[in-house]
Design a binder for this molecule. Structure first.
Ligand SMILES: C[S@@+](CC[C@H](N)C(=O)[O-])C[C@H]1O[C@@H](n2cnc3c(N)ncnc32)[C@H](O)[C@@H]1O
Length: 200
């Protein structure tokens, strides 16, 4: 799989990845990680965890990956075609404020995206997804209807989902992602939070 550190991209195979992961209790993957700030937060606050950020856009990853903690890694990949090296590894998956094909895939039950999510997760893995009202509106959905739609898609694809929660600007401010901060201080600080667990 293709990884990046600073502006330097390279390839890592499954055995090199296994060496990096050795000794960590749990693996967290953040899909559509953007600038990777959330991954850095997980790595810094959970030293027993290994955090992997994935994004299709390599430019986003330059800054954080240059100074990435030892227990983190940044992978360049489309979420619809995640590398086989990641299969079955994730005990926690987050998708924070998706847009583009990542958001569309969740709304349209895209088989490539949903099978990728199924492939990277281990049994009982937790999944957390946060959406913002503006991105859903651009995709043609209200916040509530979009949240319900993705809830149904994830429930139909092997996750036990808990009821959607609406996030306030205050809650967004406390989330360690760049997009959450932007939303919290912007004109439309509305978001919905979905969480579930992969069926064993
Ligand atoms: C609004 S940004 C959110 C970034 C970050 N999660 C945050 O909260 O700050 C959405 C990110 O999703 C990524 N993205 C969109 N479609 C994707 C796909 N199919 N595969 C991987 N990443 C994707 C974009 O490149 C972008 O970095």
């Amino acid at each position: 799989m293709e990884i990046i550190r600073g502006k330097h991209a390279s390839f890592m195979d499954a055995s090199a990845l296994a060496e990096r992961l050795a000794g960590y209790n749990t693996i967290h993957m953040d899909i559509g990680t953007g600038d990777g700030r959330f991954v850095r937060h997980v790595a810094q606050t959970c030293p027993d965890a290994f955090a992997i950020g994935v994004d299709a856009c390599r430019e986003n990853l330059h800054d954080v990956s240059r100074r990435a903690p030892a227990n983190s890694l940044f992978v360049i990949s489309n979420a619809r075609t995640l590398p086989p090296e990641l299969c079955g590894l994730a005990a926690q998956v987050t998708i924070n404020f998706p847009w583009g094909s990542l958001l569309d895939g969740l709304l349209t039950d895209d088989p490539a995206l949903l099978s990728s999510l199924e492939a990277i997760t281990c049994p009982n893995a937790s999944l957390e997804v946060r959406f913002n009202g503006g991105a859903l509106a651009e995709a043609g959905w209200s916040l509530a209807a979009g949240g319900e739609r993705v809830w149904e898609v994830l429930a139909a694809n092997g996750f036990h989902m808990r009821p959607p929660i609406t996030l306030t600007a205050r809650e967004l401010r406390s989330l360690p992602t760049t997009w959450a901060k932007r939303l919290a201080y912007g004109r439309d600080p509305r978001a919905v939070y979905l969480r579930g667990v992969k069926k064993a």
